[in-house]
Design a protein around this ligand. Structure first.
Ligand code: PLP
Length: 396
């Protein structure tokens, strides 16, 4: 054991982020792990090969580099095991594939990440899984939707683009009474601000593309399971052959080391911008769980230790004004905020949210919904940039 890795004295989250997953003295004292590029792993003799008698057998089953990341994620999530997949989207779809079979009923939150809905409505349905969307604010009333064949409840809190909070402990309690598995996409909060498995969730999913990688240059997803559900996940991983590359695993582990300080800045700047937006006449509402005015604020306060740096607001529109044009004028008025998908990187981003696929959840109708990712720039500069865009969008 190296100095500071004393399991009887659990470290704070930032200390964990600095040390988790790798012991430098496992590799000559080098402070970062080696990047092992591999498919084949050699066995010293035929007998060892016959017995599968060594830690590494083939690189789809893990390498020292991918293991370093998986071990770090296990520690941060409090998980029995973690698998790496090539994107955050693949993390959600792989989890659903791992646990659902033909004839099962799956409850999916209506504010789910949009591409997951696409997967559910096409592939999952094609494979004979009965998919039903539920209101993110349902809480323990989800019980009314349970059937004899309900196998899985997929949660995401806050929800994509509209940021509805969910009562995760209440949903877990109901689901477990009905022997259903609860999966959670926890990309917004990361394990730093919410630990799904501690709240009873069975499978915690993270788009590592976002805050763990942190620099808009890597795609990766992680799926972490509790002890009961880890064997099924590991088998599914082996059967599907999805794996993370050593380069990406290395980059994500490197990102994790600074994720705590980055998140602190994302959070502080987001709160400052959200409060500034809230005070404006040209903003109808700000959709951010960290704001007291937000309907899910009490749940966020109760369960989460902090807030991610992405949120939305409803831009005020005049009577009869075209929402899309209004949003385009606003977005084109921005210069520091880039127009682009994803978030979690260092640069601020903005886009117009399309909520036309929502079926159950109430969505804002007063004006166009703009989503912001607040990056690591100086917050005064971001506010000045937004101020200019508001001025441009108000003059036709
Ligand atoms: C971005 C995102 C994903 C998908 O991650 P990718 O790596 O871009 O595929 C999944 N879930 C949530 C909540 C996300 O924000």
């Amino acid at each position: 054991m190296t100095r500071g890795n004393d399991p009887t004295n659990p470290a704070g989250p930032n200390t964990q982020l600095v040390r988790a997953g790798y012991d430098p003295f496992d590799y000559h004292g080098f402070i970062n792990p080696p990047k092992v590029h591999a498919s084949t792993v050699l066995f010293p003799d035929a007998q060892t090969m016959d017995r599968n008698g060594q830690k590494y057998t083939y690189a789809t089953r893990g390498t020292p580099t991918t293991d370093a990341l998986c071990d770090a994620i296990n520690e941060l999530e409090g998980a029995a095991g973690t698998i790496l997949v090539p994107s955050g989207l693949a993390a959600v779809t792989t989890a659903l594939l791992a646990y659902l079979s033909r004839g099962d009923h799956a409850l999916i939150v209506d504010s789910v990440y949009g591409n997951v809905r696409q997967f559910c409505d096409t592939m999952l349905s094609r494979f004979g899984v009965d998919v039903e969307y539920y209101d993110p604010s349902i809480g323990r009333d989800i019980e009314a939707l349970f059937r004899a064949n309900t196998k899985l409840v997929h949660t995401e809190a806050p929800g994509s683009n509209t940021f509805e909070m969910q009562d995760i402990p209440a949903i877990v309690e109901v689901a477990h009474r009905h022997d259903a598995i609860v999966t959670m996409d926890n990309t917004w909060a990361t394990a730093l601000f919410f630990r799904p498995l501690d709240a009873g969730v069975d499978v915690s999913i993270q788009a590592s593309t976002k805050y763990p990688a942190g620099h808009a240059d890597v795609l990766m997803g992680t799926i972490s399971a509790n002890a009961k559900h880890w064997p099924t996940l590991k088998r599914a991983n082996g059967a599907l052959g999805f794996c993370g590359t050593p380069d990406d695993a290395y980059q994500v582990l490197r990102g994790l080391r600074t994720m705590g300080v980055r998140l602190e800045r994302h959070q502080a700047s987001s709160l400052a911008v959200a409060k500034w937006l809230e005070g404006r006449n040209d903003v109808v509402r700000v959709l951010y769980p960290a704001l007291e005015s937000f309907p899910g604020h009490a749940l966020w306060r109760r369960d989460f230790k902090g807030a991610g740096g992405v949120f939305s607001f409803v831009l005020a529109a005049g009577r009869g004004e075209d929402f899309k044009l209004k949003a385009e004028r606003f977005l084109d008025g921005l210069s520091l905020f880039g127009l682009g998908y994803s978030w979690g990187g260092y640069q601020s981003l903005a886009l117009r949210v399309d909520l036309s696929d929502r079926r159950i959840a109430q969505v804002p109708t007063e004006g166009p919904v703009i989503r912001l990712q607040i990056g690591l720039e100086d917050v005064e500069d971001l506010i000045a940039d937004l101020e200019r865009a508001f001025a441009i969008s108000s003059t036709v």
